[in-house]
Design a protein around this ligand. Structure first.
Ligand code: 3H9
Length: 696
């Protein structure tokens, strides 16, 4: 048969079905229908004694077409296609390359044999989209490799390399490229050896209820608040007890129930939002990125070291500049120790750690940065110091070299003005620890060139980061919203809530830690120094809470000093509230004429989260954020906003903008003008449009 998406041809005694549906051969309706039609041809072709299923371009099927999930399902379903493959009277071989994920792996499990090139990866990532494998994955994988190993792949979201998949028995052989030829040869050998179809559905499952219970316990913490992972465990449990056909029916029911949840909508939205965030609306398509083959980092503090490791981990040589030979050597030592720690924790092999470390060289002279294509400054967070560094870089580097500042608050327009070529200056705001956190705010100054942006966005992806573009404002997208969230937490404390209550309410909402516990972890002094530098206090905000500052004045900075909002045992474990906090808050309330009262947890969550949403809408109105989903990506990846709620802007839509705006008016009456709904929210609510309608 011929179809533009799926084609059938014969090579010797092997029929070959090939899909060509760029970019990732997603199993859209046309592909499913095309494979069925091609199977008709292959089965009818008397000269074809075996069949190969393969894909063109960069990958085997990377899964179902996620963009179809919100629409009414269309026959043939993926399960029907896989059923036909499994029941095919001729042996069927799947030829895997790229990423055979989700429905892609399920297709392969419907085939009777599987071969893969060494670079191929397989996995069932459905729970990361709020669903479960819905085309036999939860029933066939346990039959193939046992319940415990299958749960690791399905719930742990593990992607297996071809070698690991072969060891586990997920695939039968690792073959050399060219893949399709190797798969045809494999199929020819099967026929010659008289080997026929070998359906997984006919196999029995190895494993027991104890494996299921163990998985429920093991994943309870990681997936706190999520639904899909636990439904996937239920489906795998069914494979132990029921024949394939019944298990498949239950799996489909669970899949559909999961797909109808807010969690599924939120996670699927976030999948596309993350890819959207990498796109800059007004960047001309023809803008050519510059090559970045060598990086420089200025400053060997925590951030500078982490940033140097990010480049080294991604395979780029990096030169780290410090002010003296002693500081340089101490920095390189500290980096070596970080890698040693990863080796001793089993996270890296010695060889890989050594290779990464060898990419980092130390320097003390700006001239040593001459061959860098991009230099990131991570020196002390002070305007004059940073400007001085940028001016020195400007004087030493070629005019094409990009200069990035890792500032978290300073005005990037002012910093760019320290360069005679301000078009090459932009912000790269890494989050701490830089080599772990995925988020990267790319701060676009008024003068930043298209070339600089077009270079840094794909570079970020190469560095394993999730880039989001922000305009220039105090705190950019993430920290500006964090400030109003913390402001509200402080006010709730003034009004009589305890820090334990506020932290618990926010934890129960789904964030990993509450606002006070987070500040104790990061160091309360960080915000204190920043507020002092910017002169932030009562003059700007009549309700300004000085409680954190008063703790800092007593050297109570949080975990690192053993006391902050909470008191700590061994520097880590909180044993209770610092009694001074409630005392200071009560005194402040008295001074400000605020009557303390009982506050319920619902009010805590509403005020902290709604304040953020309103500020997010202001950021959109001001053009700081390109689209609501960019804000969500910042909060999902930089601040631990619960992924099953989709991010603050998506969450706002689930509340409904009309009730939200009404609520904000009520808060403005009770607590002041900061609560006046952002004009954008008011406009959208009156037009009955959700925030996510702006995601383009
Ligand atoms: C599933 O299979 C359910 C079944 O169990 C049962 C059903 C009944 N659908 O990421 P990239 C687009 S659930 C639609 O930048 P990379 C993506 O949006 C699925 N579109 O490339 C982007 O579009 P654009 C289980 C998809 O090389 C473009 O392709 N599978 C899909 O960095 C390139 O993507 C998964 O969860 C899709 N399935 O990474 C795998 N996948 O250019 C999801 C990608 O317009 N995909 N697109 O922005 C991935 O993890 C990565 O895309 C992959 C490639 C690793 C494949």
């Amino acid at each position: 048969m011929t179809d533009s998406v799926v084609s059938y041809r014969r090579d010797g005694n092997v029929g070959v079905i090939t899909t060509n549906n760029p970019p990732v051969n997603a199993l859209s309706h046309a592909v499913r229908a095309g494979i069925l039609a091609a199977l008709d041809d292959a089965e009818a072709d008397g000269a074809a004694e075996a069949i190969v299923i393969a894909c063109e371009r960069r990958t085997f099927h990377a899964g179902a077409d996620i963009s179809e999930f919100g629409k009414p399902p269309q026959h043939p379903f993926l399960g029907e296609v896989i059923d036909r493959l499994e029941k095919c009277p001729k042996p069927v071989v799947a030829a895997l390359h790229g990423t055979a994920l989700g429905g892609g792996l399920e297709i392969a499990l419907g085939c009777h044999y599987r071969v893969a090139v060494p670079s191929a990866q397989v996995g069932l990532p459905e729970v990361s989209l709020g669903i479960i494998p819905g085309a036999g994955g939860t029933q066939r994988l346990p039959r193939l490799i046992g319940v415990a190993a299958a749960l690791d792949v399905i719930i742990g979201g593990k992607r297996l390399t071809a070698a690991a998949a072969c060891d586990l028995g997920v695939i039968d052989a690792v073959v050399d490229a060219p893949l399709t030829d190797a798969a045809i040869a494999y199929a020819t050998d099967l026929v010659a050896a008289g080997k026929g179809p070998r359906p997984i559905g006919a196999q029995t499952v190895s494993g027991n209820e104890a494996d299921i219970e163990e998985a429920r316990k093991r994943h309870a913490r990681r997936y706190r608040g999520f639904n899909a992972p636990f439904r996937a465990i239920d489906a795998v449990e069914a494979s132990l007890r029921t024949p394939l056909d019944k298990g498949l029916v239950l799996e489909r029911e669970l899949f559909e129930a999961c797909n109808a949840t807010v969690e599924a909508r939120a996670l699927q939205y976030a999948f596309f939002a993350q890819r959207q965030a990498a796109k800059i609306k007004d960047l001309p398509k023809e803008t050519e990125p510059r090559a970045v083959d060598h990086a420089g980092v200025i400053g060997g503090g925590t951030m500078g070291r982490g940033i140097a490791m990010v480049f080294a981990d991604a395979g780029l040589p990096v030169t780290l500049l410090e002010i003296s030979t002693e500081a340089r050597d101490a920095t390189l030592d500290a980096i070596a120790k970080s890698y040693d720690g990863m080796v001793s924790r089993g996270r890296l092999s010695r060889d890989v750690a050594d290779e990464r470390l060898s990419r980092i060289s130390g320097a003390t002279d700006y001239a040593d940065l001459a061959n860098a294509d991009l230099v990131v400054e991570a020196v002390f967070e002070e305007m004059d110091i940073k400007k001085d560094v940028i001016a020195k870089l400007d004087a030493t580097l070629g005019t094409d070299t990009l200069i990035a500042t890792n500032t978290s608050y300073l005005d990037v327009n002012a910093l760019a003005s320290a360069s005679t070529h301000p078009e090459r200056v932009l912000g790269m705001h890494f989050f701490s620890p830089a080599n772990v956190m995925k988020l990267l705010e790319v701060v676009r100054a008024d003068t930043t060139s298209h070339t600089a942006l077009a270079t840094v966005m794909p570079l970020a992806k190469k560095l394993g980061k999730i880039p989001v573009v922000s305009g220039v404002c105090h705190g950019f997208i993430g920290n500006r919203m964090l400030q109003v969230y913390q402001r509200e937490a402080n006010r709730l404390l003034q009004e009589g809530a305890t820090i334990t209550q506020i932290d618990k309410a926010i934890y129960d909402f789904g964030l990993p830690m509450g606002p006070f516990a987070v500040r104790d972890l990061a160091g309360i002094d960080v915000g204190w120094r920043m507020r002092k530098a910017f002169g932030i206090g009562r003059a700007q905000d009549a309700r300004y809470s000085a409680v954190p500052d008063l703790l800092c004045e007593r050297d109570q900075f949080g975990q690192k000093t053993g006391i902050g909002f909470y008191v700590y045992e061994d520097g880590r474990k909180a044993t209770g509230e610092n009694p001074l906090v409630a005392e200071l808050a009560a005194a402040e309330a008295k001074e400000l004429g605020i009557a303390q009262r009982n506050i319920d947890d619902g009010e805590v969550v509403e005020r902290c989260i709604y304040a953020m949403i309103n500020e997010g809408a202001n950021l959109l109105d001001e053009g700081i954020a390109q689209r609501p989903s960019d804000i969500d990506i910042v909060w999902l990846n930089g601040y631990g906003f619960p992924a099953y709620r989709g991010g603050p802007m998506f969450y706002a839509d689930t509340i409904g903008l009309d009730p939200l705006v009404k609520h904000l008016h009520g808060l403005a009456e009770a607590h002041g003008s900061e609560w006046t709904p952002a004009p954008l929210l008011a406009r959208l609510a009156s037009d009955d449009h959700p925030l996510t309608s702006l995601n383009r």
